[in-house]
Write a protein that binds this ligand. Structure first.
Ligand SMILES: [Zn+2]
Ligand SMILES: [Zn+2]
Length: 421
């Protein structure tokens, strides 16, 4: 029994699991860079008020899910529950408007929410996201959705659907809210507790309540209430997506509860994930920068959940290569063979091979056992005979085939054989 155990809702990621993390992070980075994004790394701790202001006092996140504590300087500190607020804070604090506008930023890292842990939902979970500051054009919305789609395709995923909506603007939303209030009022006593509270604080969230789906089924659609500007913006976004052959579905039930969200909202659901099916969510937030003390700056972004993408990859049985596999295990036995082994492993690494040199005091037999446990493709053995003859014995661990080669040729031979394996 281990004396210390990790907290519920956190995980140790190691062994064969890490390959998914490399895979996702590498593809995400490469794809973002192709689109002109630059990385931003923000602190994991932020002033609590940043999130109460941005995520909203009435949200579940702020009300019950934040890891908030007082530090030794009596400051209220919160482990970030999401990525956007920190990036907006950094954008304002570092006057990034001077770096050119619009600017495209991406981030990846852990987020923290005190929730009931379940598959694809951890208390420390990981997100990868993008934010674009300084443009309000329909083409920027379209490109953001195209990027999300390209990213999922690059991961090798197929079994997903893009859902898009427009949630209007501060000009057209009040009328829609009125219509919703009128619609839900007679149903309210039959709805869940959350909905009853949100009726006053955040009426649009009633639309995405999973419990009360039957009731909200016939609710008025925001798309019938958009002002002319929002309507033509949305039509342009949709037109770009059509022109680019992106498949999507318009879903007026996709909402963002807070006032600083506007116009385009989207979500990507994966069919292999059951009830927790959203793997990516995003949208436009034109007044958050101002809300957090910056100049009025339109913005759009999305974030994906890494744990959920991994579940999706597994459900689609996407083959993911393990970059940590060992190509050659260098084993040795006998006087002065260790120095020869060190030199050989240096030469093997020069050829780009992944090498595990025996670093324990153990018999040749046990070195071979270890090589097998490490999953090495080849073992290069230097015994006394090989030492004297300046050769190496090579054992192919997959086929059992064994042969002896002149030392000089070993790196090249193994490199060739390894690419064939
Ligand atoms: Zn509008
Ligand atoms: Zn409800």
């Amino acid at each position: 029994m281990a004396k210390y155990k990790r907290f519920k809702g956190t995980q140790d990621i190691f062994g064969d699991e890490t390959k998914y993390w490399y895979y996702i992070e590498k593809i995400a980075r490469d794809t973002f860079i192709k689109y002109g994004f630059k990385e931003i790394r923000t602190p994991i701790i932020e002033p609590t008020e940043l999130f109460t202001r941005s995520v909203g006092e009435t949200s579940d996140i702020v009300k019950k899910e934040m890891y908030t504590f007082e530090d030794k300087g009596k400051r209220s500190v919160t482990l970030r529950p999401e990525g956007t607020a920190s990036v907006v804070r950094a954008y304002i604090e570092n006057s990034m408007i001077n770096l050119g506008s619009p600017i495209k930023l991406y981030y990846m890292g852990p987020m923290f929410r005190y929730e009931k842990p379940q598959a694809g939902r951890q208390r420390q979970f990981h997100q990868i996201g993008v934010e674009i500051f300084g443009t309000d054009t329909p083409i920027s919305d379209a490109e953001t959705i195209i990027l999300a789609d390209e990213l999922l395709k690059a991961f090798g995923l197929k079994n997903y659907k893009i859902k898009i909506n427009s949630i209007g603007c501060p000009k057209c939303r009040p009328k829609y809210r009125e219509a919703l209030k009128k619609y839900f009022k007679p149903h309210l006593e039959n709805m869940c507790k959350d909905c009853q509270t949100r009726y006053d604080t955040n009426i649009m969230r009633l639309l995405d309540c999973k419990v009360d789906r039957e009731i909200s089924k016939d609710a008025p659609s925001i798309l019938d209430y958009l002002c002319d500007e929002c309507k033509s913006h949305f039509e342009s976004v949709v037109k770009y997506l059509d022109e680019m052959g992106i498949s999507y579905e318009i879903d007026p039930k996709i909402v963002r509860g807070l006032d600083y969200y506007s116009r385009t909202a989207f979500e990507i659901v994966h069919y292999g994930l059951g009830a927790q099916s959203a793997i990516l969510g995003g949208g436009r937030y034109n007044s958050l920068v101002e809300e957090l003390g910056g100049k009025e700056t339109p913005a759009i972004g999305f974030a994906l959940g890494v744990e959920r993408i991994i579940l999706a990859l597994k459900s689609e049985e996407v083959e993911v290569e393990n970059p940590e596999e060992i190509d050659v295990y260098v084993a040795y036995s006998g006087e002065n063979t260790d120095i020869e082994a060190l030199k050989l492993s240096r030469n093997l690494k020069k050829e780009g091979l992944r090498v595990f040199l025996n670093i324990s005091d153990r018999s040749l037999r046990n070195q071979l056992k270890h090589a097998n446990k490490m999953g090495a493709t080849f073992v290069a053995i230097i015994g006394e005979k090989e030492r004297d003859e300046e050769t190496v014995s090579i054992k192919n661990m997959k086929t059992g085939e064994q042969f002896e080669v002149e030392r000089y040729w070993v790196p090249q031979i193994l490199k060739e054989k390894n690419t064939m394996e």
